[in-house]
Design a protein around this ligand. Structure first.
Ligand SMILES: Cc1ncc(C[n+]2csc(CCOP(=O)(O)OP(=O)(O)O)c2C)c(N)n1
Ligand SMILES: [Mg+2]
Length: 573
């Protein structure tokens, strides 16, 4: 049978269960777009800038666990998409990046968009390869998708030369099939050893869970209860363990966590870390020390021991390992003192957050209001900025897939497009983007896509007229803000120009009424922008902890220089 490359690729996407491609078409992939128009299963979504395409595909996965496709033209489309590809790479989110290549059928130089794009994208992908022959299109695209999902997930780029898309190829679809599944490492050989360490009657374990642990699902609760261990998660892992559980400690446990979490962690004698990497952001600039010997389980053998010395390194899939481990653990009786310390600690955190009164909107009341007003299924996307840390500290989430944050690449511009991807994946859930007023300037125009796709997302713009996450560091460490104060702009005016309704939220007293209106608008399938006069004057535990950690890490002469400079400026201006 003869099919164009476009039709073959569309079929491969359908068979992978991919329902959305995100991108902007160009001359190189018009044949693919034309084939997608014929497809019942795959919907091509037009974006305003390709960086949003990769953020949308990322948000789609994080909200649903379903793969989406970034569909871009060579060079220019790919470099725009690169920020989101790199975010997905560092945060371990699978994407199929469907790039186009220049034509291979004529030996001409200086072709449109021609750069060595595989070289550009290689450091930000799990794999990147070009398909050379029409008959390879179907199996290679399916192989790319399974590679993206396998082991530690990540983006995989496939370059399809334009002539392969355009030409017809002899293929036998009856022979097309899914690639074989790879065997999963279970860590069975380590189970007895790990169980023995944890079953020691004197052992007081701490559990530290990352996004990689999510696959273990409810078994994580069984694990924590058997061990009677407090549970800290990474930022990425926020929600993998129910945060209303009496053993939930915090998203972290070091200098960037509140005092109670640090204290509880200090009292533990062994750490079991699962599906996490002890990355810089998650650890608050490596401002934590796992208590006692570290047992570190990860699907990637290069991870355990990379940042913190391990006593036991286990290469295993979290679900397989934890399923094997739980039955081997001797159940412990609940320690009432420990649970009380955790409960009292959380109460104190809320007291501290809520004691912050202001004429503007206070973050804790806003975030609580959003949770209460929009319900437990709400998906939150955050951006690189103060909003991520506020959301981390003030939201209490019961499951994973509800906190979508650009953590390790920490790329501004994530929140709005990721929210659109999440809404397309989970139309049944309320979706809230918490965007800084700096970040909104990067990808806020994507609200136009929300209008076009009829997506009822709420974009909450945290208006402080600064790049706060940076200006707060500058103010604390340097007592001077440089290039971090934003020129003022009319966020509601931008929304209006895109056909999006805008609301303004000036003080806490308006939260409930504004959220009622947000519910009405989004329920009608329309996006809404809420311009929030946020009060950032109370620092997050995270920012305070990270400033301290970094200051203490400086050699003495630099530490004194920093402190001296800040003091001099404070006194003399
Ligand atoms: C693409 C990119 N550029 C710069 C930065 C550095 N950066 C991190 S947070 C931040 C401030 C973001 O400001 P805004 O969006 O207003 O959020 P706020 O912190 O004020 O809530 C900046 C500039 C980044 N993370 N990503
Ligand atoms: Mg700001």
């Amino acid at each position: 049978m003869k099919l164009t490359g476009g039709a073959i690729v569309a079929r491969a996407l359908e068979d992978e269960g991919i329902t959305f491609t995100f991108g902007i078409p160009g001359t190189h992939n018009i044949e693919l777009y034309d084939a997608l128009a014929e497809s019942n299963g795959v919907r091509p979504v037009l974006v305003t800038d390709e960086q949003s395409a990769s953020f949308m595909a990322d948000g789609h996965w994080r909200a649903s666990g379903r793969l989406a496709c970034v569909n871009v033209v060579p060079g220019a489309g790919l470099t725009h998409a690169l920020s989101g590809i790199a975010e997905a790479f560092m945060d371990n989110i699978p994407l199929l990046v469907l790039g186009c290549g220049i034509r291979q059928d004529i030996p001409k130089a200086y072709q449109l968009h021609d750069i060595d794009q595989l070289a550009v994208v290689r450091p930000a992908t799990k794999a990147a390869f070009r398909i050379e022959r029409g008959e390879d299109l179907y199996p290679e695209i399916r192989r790319a998708c399974s590679l993206a999902r396998a082991g530690t997930p990540g983006p995989v780029m496939v370059e399809v030369p334009v002539d392969l898309y355009l030409h017809q190829h002899d293929v036998t679809p009856e022979r097309w099939c899914a690639p074989p599944r790879e065997a999963v490492a279970t860590g069975a050989e380590a189970l007895a050893r790990v169980a023995a360490s944890l079953n020691d009657p004197g052992a007081r374990p701490l559990l530290y869970l990352g996004l990689g642990a999510a696959r273990a699902g409810p078994e994580l609760v069984a694990l924590a209860e058997r061990l009677d261990a407090p549970v800290a998660t990474t930022f990425q892992g926020k929600g993998v363990f129910p945060e209303s559980h009496p053993l939930f400690l915090w998203n972290g446990f070091g200098a960037a966590a509140p005092p109670f979490a640090r204290e509880v962690a200090r009292g533990r004698s062994v750490t079991l870390a699962v599906g996490c990497r002890f990355s810089e952001v998650g650890t608050g600039s490596y401002g934590l020390e796992p208590p006692g010997p570290l047992i570190h389980v990860d699907i990637d053998s290069r991870v355990p021991g990379r940042n913190y010395p391990v006593q036991q390194a286990v290469t295993a899939d979290a679900a397989a390992f934890i399923n094997g481990l739980v039955p081997l653990l001797t159940p412990r009786r609940p320690n009432a003192t420990l649970r009380q310390a955790i409960a009292a600690g959380h109460q104190q955190v809320w007291k501290d957050w809520l004691s912050h009164q202001s004429e503007r909107v206070t973050p804790a009341r806003l975030l609580r209001g959003l949770q209460d007003g929009l319900g437990p299924e709400t998906i939150f996307t955050t951006d690189s900025g103060n909003g991520t840390f506020l959301a981390m500290e003030c939201l209490r989430l019961e499951r994973q897939g509800k906190f979508l944050a650009p953590v390790d690449y920490s790329c501004m511009g994530y929140a709005v497009p990721a929210a659109l991807g999440a809404k397309l994946a989970r139309p049944d859930c309320a979706v809230v983007a918490l965007a800084g007023d700096g970040a909104l300037l990067m990808t806020g125009l994507e609200l136009l896509t929300a209008v076009q796709q009829r997506l009822g997302v709420a974009v909450i713009v945290l208006r402080d007229r600064e790049l706060a996450q940076i200006s707060q560091f500058q103010a604390t460490a340097l007592n001077r803000k440089t290039a971090s104060e934003l020129a003022d702009y009319d966020a509601g005016g931008i929304a209006a120009a895109l056909g999006v309704e805008a609301l303004s939220l000036e003080h806490d007293g308006e939260i409930a009424a504004v959220l009622r209106r947000v519910r009405e608008i989004t329920a009608a399938g329309r996006p809404v922008l809420v311009d929030v006069a946020i009060d950032y004057s109370r620092r997050t535990y995270f920012t305070t902890g990270v400033v301290k950690t970094n200051l203490l890490r400086l050699p003495w002469p630099d530490r004194l220089r920093f402190i001296g400079r800040a003091l001099t400026r404070r006194v003399f201006g």
